[in-house]
Design a protein around this ligand. Structure first.
Ligand SMILES: Nc1nc2c(ncn2[C@@H]2O[C@H](COP(=O)(O)OP(=O)(O)OP(=O)(O)O)[C@@H](O)[C@H]2O)c(=O)[nH]1
Ligand SMILES: [Mg+2]
Length: 290
């Protein structure tokens, strides 16, 4: 079911090059990632690009993530000396705290600018991160107005611009970028599940099927609750038969995704399952632990 995917279209390379240039103009980097996949949604190439510029890792969409695992991720970042915060940009939760963190981190720099006569100089931040992680939503939350276009699919922001906020912060929105090599196949599935790659780039039934397997392994109870199908003990499963496929079909049937003649409409159920996950209807789920 693995599909070779062109993860790194030309416009992403362009955005990455642009990001390199824009980074020179800012005091701090806000790196957004999806709180459900803090490992897979972080760009491994960003470290090199950012160098020693201050950075805050922003675990966004915390409302959709498993709160216990979110705490573990925050503790992990603290243990490796990376400043991190969990927020819900679309509910404006954590926004004030982020602003305060930014002021604290930049205090010495701002004080020194003030000593040289540049009193009240703005703090400039760039928001970078993989597609659909809520960069533009975060900018709007900080700006208190709809300054940037948002949307529930990857590739919404195409270029960059400065946005002012009621405080001292000035923000630059960036197009979401992926990177040429995704670490593992599991990571690619996670990114597809969370909507960071366009659905039409891969086979939606494969993505949903792989997602279902991962969800059953991690949250069997939530899956049974949502789809009304008991998950059998799969440890004894015949290696030549795929027991998950039967579960996929049973769930599709339960949810009424059936074509005339009684066959399960796999495509319809695939979309339904992915939407359920993305909207948090299965429950609060995190796919990765530190
Ligand atoms: N549940 C939830 N959804 C969010 C949150 N923040 C953003 N979203 C949604 O995530 C989707 C993507 O948000 P955008 O702000 O457009 O994401 P982006 O990172 O700017 O995306 P690109 O410009 O395509 O890279 C939108 O549907 C938002 O409403 C959040 O905290 N919780
Ligand atoms: Mg955007």
């Amino acid at each position: 079911m693995a599909n070779e995917i062109n993860w790194f279209p030309g416009h992403m390379r362009k955005a990455l090059n642009e990001m390199r240039e824009r980074l020179k103009l800012v005091d701090i980097v806000y790196e957004t990632c999806d709180c459900r996949i803090p490992f897979s949604s972080r760009n491994p190439e960003l470290d090199k690009m950012i160098g020693d510029k201050p950075r805050i890792v922003i675990l966004n969409k915390a409302d959709l993530a498993d709160p216990v695992k979110t705490s573990r991720w925050l503790a992990h970042f603290e243990s490796i000396g990376v400043k991190a915060i969990a927020i819900e940009a679309s509910h404006k939760k954590g926004i004030d705290k982020l602003y305060q963190m930014t002021e604290e981190i930049l205090k010495a720099k701002l004080d020194s600018a003030a000593a040289k006569g540049r009193i009240g100089r703005p703090m400039r931040a760039i928001v970078v991160g993989c597609p659909n992680t809520g960069k533009s939503t975060l900018i709007n939350a900080l700006a208190g107005k709809k300054a940037a276009v948002t949307g529930d699919r990857p590739g919404v922001t195409k270029d960059f611009k400065w946005v002012t906020t009621p405080g001292r912060l000035e923000l630059m929105d960036m197009a979401g970028v992926l990177w040429p090599r995704i670490a593992t196949r599991r990571s690619s599935i996670c990114l597809a599940m969370c909507g960071s790659v366009k659905d039409d780039i891969s086979d939606i039934v494969s993505t949903a099927y792989d997602s279902m397997k991962m969800l059953i392994e991690l949250y069997p109870g939530l899956m049974t609750n949502r789809y009304g199908v008991e998950i059998p003990d799969l440890t004894e499963a015949d290696e030549f038969q795929d027991p998950y496929y039967d579960i996929f079909l049973a769930m599709g049937k339960k949810r009424g995704c059936v074509m005339s003649g009684g066959r399960v409409d796999e495509d319809r159920f695939a979309r339904l399952l992915l939407n359920d996950f993305r909207e948090g209807r299965i429950g609060r789920i995190t796919l990765e632990v530190p």
